[in-house]
Ligand binder design. Structure first.
Ligand code: ATP
Ligand code: MG
Length: 328
């Protein structure tokens, strides 16, 4: 039995990328492992958020976790800000980080470049907070999307750095990529990843989009004039992205998909991609509608926070002892 931790930010409506890259894998591993899944609202505030919307999205995201199949009897589901050790260890991890290594993170560069002269410092110190999230639970595996590889590397570096300086406190975690590391790209700019904080809603398939919208967005997805369904990221990034999506939702290989659509046009292919995505998302959407207003959600999150706190406080205490952050 391994310990698993992962989180998703309530920074927007969840996307197909979040589902295929991360959420789907959370439920797969919950049966045989000790799992902690978190709504990372303190990560979301690394860019400005509307308080009312953040509050609402926090609950909605918790309901989506459950709708996607997370079983609260098996996995611990909780909200980051309700377990204070995340911010406390986050600060300690910040003190161990070097500005240079944080500035090299591509997520920081991408997100900072949209903020003009007012770059929130939290964008830079996002990775040490993420490291704290993971290390507090003595995590072995972290199921995240391929875009988080760099942050996972820095998490491992920070854990090793701490252990070297202060003694063996942290388990060194490993990334757990699902389905060969699916990275879903924007439907309109297929060289950029699909993100829930993208303003261009036509570029993004949301988990709660109705079937008509999903079909429309996939139909209008940017492609090319080759009219050949072929996986070639450099020359046909749009079509390759749709192949990747179909492959992830049907478990077929790229080659099988290419063979099935040989000689057929993009119209037929896109319709099938849309149908396949809809059939995966519809059951999640139905369960979500039942769960989101259910007071049971609060009971689950309260119990989750208590369980997470019990585990996190043990590690945090060890950290304080090791560093001399105590009086008596
Ligand atoms: P934001 O734009 O606010 O950063 P996001 O869509 O990147 O939102 P996160 O909350 O940062 O979502 O990430 C949640 C999980 O989803 C992470 O494990 C991340 O690796 C994964 N993920 C995000 N986008 C994609 C994508 N396009 N393809 C695959 N996985 C993804
Ligand atoms: Mg992200």
């Amino acid at each position: 039995m391994s310990i698993i931790f992962s989180g998703i930010q309530p920074s927007g409506n969840l996307t197909l990328g979040n589902y295929l890259g991360a959420l789907r894998n959370f439920t797969k591993v919950q049966h045989d492992n000790e799992c902690y899944y978190c709504v990372v609202n303190q990560h979301a505030i690394t860019v400005p958020q509307d308080p009312k919307l953040l509050h609402q999205r926090t609950r909605e995201l918790a309901a989506i976790y459950l709708a996607a199949g997370l079983d609260p009897e098996k996995a611990t589901l909780f909200v980051q800000s309700e377990v204070p050790e995340h911010a406390q260890l986050g600060w300690i991890m910040t003190t161990l980080s070097y500005v240079g290594e944080l500035e090299r993170m591509t997520q920081y560069k991408d997100k900072a470049s949209k903020r003009g002269d007012s770059i929130p410092a939290g964008l830079l110190t996002y990775p040490p907070l993420m490291a704290a999230d993971i290390l507090l639970y003595q995590t072995n595996y972290v199921p995240v999307g391929d875009d988080q590889k760099q942050h996972m590397e820095i998490t491992r570096d920070l854990a090793q750095r701490f252990n070297r300086l202060y003694g063996e406190v942290f388990t060194i975690p490993q990334i757990l990529l699902g389905h060969d590391g699916t990275r879903v790209m924007s439907l309109q700019e297929p060289t950029k990843k699909m993100s829930k904080s993208d303003d261009n809603t036509t570029a993004t398939i949301y988990l709660l989009d109705n079937p008509k919208d999903i079909e429309k967005k996939i139909k209008r997805a940017q492609t090319d004039s080759e009219n050949t369904v072929r996986y070639d990221i450099d020359c046909q990034p749009g079509i390759s992205n749709l192949i990747e999506i179909l492959s992830a939702v049907t478990d077929k290989t790229h080659e099988e998909i290419e063979a099935a659509y040989a000689g057929k046009g993009y119209g037929v292919f896109k319709k099938d991609v849309a149908d396949a995505v809809i059939s995966v998302l519809e059951p999640i959407q139905n369960r979500y509608q039942e769960l989101v207003g259910d007071p049971e959600l609060d009971r689950i999150l309260d119990a989750g926070a208590a369980k997470a706190h019990a585990k996190a406080s043990v590690t945090y205490e060890k950290v304080c002892q090791a560093m001399g952050l105590f009086r008596k």
